[in-house]
Design a protein around this ligand. Structure first.
Ligand code: SAM
Length: 294
């Protein structure tokens, strides 16, 4: 190691001290990391403004499906840079999945909980979004950059999209940014050795729901009818039996795979045919791979 001394403007030095306090890293380590980044030409994040703290900005951060090592470097930077990191939870006394991932991957990051009841009733859900958005607006108005963590990716079936819309409605000037996260089906494909699409094959993700999944002429049946299309079924844990029936009807049961609680305690990865008669949790995803040469 060789020593280098630098003079920093007062304001920059204050920011460095603050960052060191928040991240529990030494100032020397932070300076070294910044110089390393500069000399290695790693400027990718500058394009999207990820390295600069923006007061009053809302950042949706995808934390991946469950395994702490699937939290990206960009997500970690966003979490460490934010003034406040919030996690949606159903009860303020319960640790949500996204919070648990961050705790394991970055114990230095403090996560606050934002109660958000995922009520199926549209009016109750609207009220929950309004309450959560109003709380975020308070933080943003106070000049905080707020990171909102979410399982998987913030742009796929995520609470973040409704929360972001609620914030934008109340505070239209809010800059909103998302940091992508690994999606559950990507982890399932990797862990089960499944190719998601190749050559001219197509790819579709759709949510299960009690009515459409059990119907033999519903959207799932129609999607499975195209054998050149890989179909991913989300939110189908409680309807595994009906999903399996649609797969059997389409002649696609034998090579379809289910991933439950990926990267989380109780994880299970199995052919759908082997688990169709057992209950599965909400956090389950199914991949029905396209057949090649179809
Ligand atoms: C509200 S959506 C969230 C999707 C998430 N934003 C993503 O990008 O994967 C919840 C659905 O995602 C899937 N999912 C998310 N995390 C999962 C996990 N760890 N294991 C299995 N499925 C998961 C399940 O299909 C679940 O019903």
């Amino acid at each position: 190691m060789r020593k280098t001394s630098v003079y920093l403007p007062e304001a920059l030095k204050r920011q460095l001290t603050d960052l060191a306090r928040r991240t529990h890293c030494s100032e020397a380590k932070l300076v070294r990391a910044a110089v390393e980044q500069l000399v290695s030409g790693e400027h990718a994040d500058r394009r999207v403004g990820l390295d600069d703290r923006v007061p009053g900005r809302l950042v949706g951060v995808g934390v991946g499906p469950g395994a702490a090592d699937l939290l990206t470097v960009r997500a970690l930077r966003a979490l460490r840079r934010a003034d406040v990191v919030v996690a949606p939870c159903t009860d303020v006394a319960a640790t949500g999945r996204a919070e648990a991932i961050v705790r394991e991957a970055a114990p230095d990051v403090v996560v606050d909980r934002l109660v958000f009841a995922m009520d199926p009733d549209p009016a109750a859900r609207r009220a929950a979004v309004a309450g959560a958005s109003a709380r975020l607006v308070e933080l943003l108005d106070a000049g905080d950059e707020v990171a909102f963590i979410t399982l998987g990716d913030p742009n796929l079936y995520s609470t973040f999209s409704s929360i972001a819309a609620g914030v934008a409605e109340r505070r239209p000037s809010t800059p909103i940014l998302t940091v992508p996260g690994v999606m559950a089906f990507q982890e399932l494909a990797a862990r089960s050795g499944t190719v998601l699409a190749d050559d001219q094959q197509s790819f579709l993700v759709l949510p299960a729901n009690e009515e459409s999944t059990s119907a033999s002429d519903g959207p799932l049946a129609a999607a499975l009818g195209d054998r050149g299309c890989t179909v991913v079924v989300y939110k189908g844990g409680r309807q595994v039996a009906a999903v399996a029936e649609r797969l059997r009807d389409a002649g696609r049961l034998d090579n379809s795979v289910l991933g439950e609680l990926l990267g989380l305690p109780g994880e299970r990865i199995a052919p759908v045919a082997d688990v169709a008669d057992r209950p599965a949790s909400y956090l389950s995803a199914v991949i029905a791979p396209a057949r090649s040469g179809v």
